[in-house]
Design a protein around this ligand. Structure first.
Ligand code: FES
Ligand SMILES: [Fe+2]
Length: 375
């Protein structure tokens, strides 16, 4: 039975069960493109992912196309990612069945015939801007024109890029989304790395543009952030206008443009570090964090590129992760609104995104086109 066919009462039971186990009753959008991997990380070998609670294996064929299959062999349920890529197929490690990118078993070493049921679910994939996107919902609805594009990832005349990085975070993608949409935390949580105290009294504006939600922050005439001064954008004693503007698109894609201009000049007149940061939920309490940073200054300094990538990753791992992990632990699976948090002006962007995401989830739940979940 598909989830769409379940009555609202049955659906409520499923959600309550989850809640009693201390897990948040998170809903996930199905009919949307998720960031599955950086293109450079998908090779002719299996790559396992857990995306919205569905196990997936990705691999590349000899022609260079990406295949995405359910990561469960239909024989004895071994993860196909334990096996290997043979030609354009993936071979199960346990008894050697081979599956084509279509999901169909094409080789059975135990018999001349291939059992009818020997196939696995295939997920639509598309590569854009150096990213492998995967469609987790009904395959017939996959429309590549709805992939959110990031042409900034292909502008080597303007930017120098770090490598695309991936972290597996033991964190809810919803709490991580709140964290990214409220960058006032940078002044406190990242005081010695990405922060500047001027960001707190800085001006903040939330703006909707089409399906995107922007949260714009400007701290005029403030001290530089260590990430900019250590990378040679300015000196520690300078006064700068620091902007930090982030844009959300569903399900959890963020474009962040940040920079330092000499005080009084405002946005886009100085050193800029932009980034794409994308969260792909694995489960209610785990997500992948994909990010890449690119800058418009000291363009030829390769050592600086490496150092900046390490510096920022370290800030995410040692400053954001423990903070959100402790919040998640304290919440114990309860919904944010249920806990009646104190609301501050800095919450405006995060709350706007929460409302937009709920609207999309309700729309999908009421549309009757959710895909069947095969466990
Ligand atoms: S479990 Fe995969 S072939 Fe037997
Ligand atoms: Fe942060």
């Amino acid at each position: 039975m598909s989830i769409a066919q379940k009555s609202p009462i049955q659906r409520e039971v499923v959600r309550s069960d989850l809640k009693e186990s201390g897990q948040p009753n998170t809903r996930f959008l199905q009919n949307i493109w998720y960031f599955a991997a950086w293109s450079a990380d998908v090779l002719q070998e299996p790559l396992a992912r857990l995306i919205i609670e569905q196990p997936v294996v990705l691999f590349r064929t000899r022609e260079g196309d990406v295949a995405a299959l359910r990561n469960v062999c239909p024989h004895r349920f071994t993860p196909l990612s334990m096996g290997k890529v043979v030609g354009d197929t993936i071979e199960c490690l346990y008894h050697g069945l081979r599956f084509a990118p279509s999901g169909q078993c094409v080789h059975n070493p135990h018999s001349e015939t291939i059992p009818k049921a020997a196939c696995v679910r295939r997920y639509p994939v598309a590569e854009r801007d150096g990213i492998v996107w995967i469609w987790m919902g009904a395959a017939e609805l996959a429309d590549e024109s709805t992939i959110v594009r990031y042409p900034e990832l292909n502008q080597p005349d303007l930017f120098t890029y770090t490598c695309g990085q991936t972290m597996e975070m033991p964190l809810s993608y919803e709490l991580m989304t709140d964290n990214l949409m409220d960058l006032s935390h940078v002044a406190f949580t990242h005081k010695t790395t990405l922060g500047s105290e001027g960001l707190v009294p800085g001006q903040t504006e939330v703006r909707e543009e089409g399906d995107s939600i922007w949260c714009l922050r400007m701290a005029p005439n403030t001290k530089p952030a260590p990430s900019f001064s250590m990378s040679g954008a300015c000196s520690e004693d300078d006064l700068v206008d620091y902007w930090l503007d982030i844009c959300w698109d569903a399900p959890a894609n963020f474009y962040l443009t940040s920079g330092h201009a000499p005080a009084g000049q405002g946005r886009y007149h100085g050193a800029q570090i932009d980034s794409l940061q994308v969260l792909t939920p694995s489960s209610a309490t785990q997500c992948y964090y994909f990010f890449i940073h690119f800058r418009n200054y000291r363009r030829d300094d390769d050592a600086m590129t490496q150092e900046l990538a390490k510096f920022i990753r370290q800030a995410f791992a040692t400053e954001d992760e423990p903070m959100i992990a402790s919040v998640q632990k304290h919440m114990g699976g309860r919904a944010l609104e249920e806990m009646k948090p104190v609301l501050l002006t800095c919450d405006a962007g995060a709350m706007r995104v929460r409302r937009a995401r709920e609207r999309l989830l309700d729309l999908e739940a009421n549309s009757g086109v959710l895909t069947e979940r095969r466990e």
